[in-house]
Design a protein around this ligand. Sequence first.
Ligand code: GDP
Ligand code: ZN
Length: 379
Amino acid sequence: MQDGRLSTEFANSLGQMEGMVLGTVLSFQANYYTVQLDTPHCLDTEDGAVTISTLLCTRRSRLKKVGQRVMVGDRVWIEEPDWQGQRGAIAQVLPRKTELDRPPIANATQIILVFALAEPDIEPLQLSRFLTKAESTALTVLLCLSKSDLVPQAIQESWCDRLQSWGYTPIVFSTYADHNLEAIAHHCQHQVSVISGPSGVGKSSLINHLIPDAHLRVGEVSGKLGKGRHTTRHVELFELPGTGLLADTPGFNQPDLTCAPSEVVQLFPEARQRLVAGETCQFSDCLHRDEPNCVVRGDWERYEHYLLFLDEAIAHQEATDRLRETESGFKAKTGEAGQTQYEPKLESKKYRRQSRKAQRQALQDLDIDRLMQDADLDE
Ligand code: GDP
Ligand code: ZN
């Protein structure tokens, strides 16, 4: 400020920097991004003042060259806004806080997980799968139970008590009976939310209530597997009344967990609680199965689900390791501390005949970056 110009922080706080404006990408279609401006612009026209709150933007080719993708939900700087034509160009993408794959959306903050109290009935294992998948994103998880009009109060309460013991406080609601929709809307304030859950639970009905402009078709399930129509990767963020954004496309309708075995326990709030309660397991690499003096193993309802998901995570890791071995010609070996190490497959004839020098060369050729990238993708 001393030299008479705005400091960057100060300019950022105003949402403006050297003729640039800051906004959030709401949608993408035919090479154009609709960007919601942090600070709406007031334009004087012959017909009076007009407030411009979104701009239709292209992506600067420089971004394309460096492989910088622009996603719905991205925070972006727009260059040279043409207020008259309501156009601009995206010049820079701010670092993402979160990134979801299905639907592809950046900077989401909350997952609203919807299950129906009836039609279809709640399957505890399926609910657990969705919950752990949601937990693995590190976003806030809001559990909502739909179709409260179909079940008596006592059953609603028993579900709430049961889920409380899983570490969740669900919101029971009904779009038919207009029950608790306000409460859900309230939880969406100041959030970028994505709705998830199995088919037929009322996700589209809920989205239509929260954002009347979305006009999603309700009750339309296609395909033999009962997959919803939302298999498309198109997604759009809608502004909610008040503040907050909501994705119009439900997320991951067939979740599978791909985290490391040691991370599975962190996806269960009631197990996390056992770990933070002060005590720790005897072994730092405890997988909480049959190790002595384990503080996680015990009498909690979803312990069985934990064991099942742990087995799946182990199987997934083994399959990934095998794939890497095949691709790289190196053998995955679990080190003493449980980390994965790679060594040449000496048992293979090809390597046995190789000289030491060739082996060393092969080691150097091993594309560590590529392996790391694969590991990122697997997560
Ligand atoms: P989605 O597949 O999760 O998007 O679910 P839909 O919104 O398409 O709804 C599936 C079915 O549940 C439709 O037949 C809806 O009419 C019905 N439905 C939605 N909300 C409610 C509700 O609050 N109560 C009842 N009884 N049925 C509902
Ligand atoms: Zn343990």
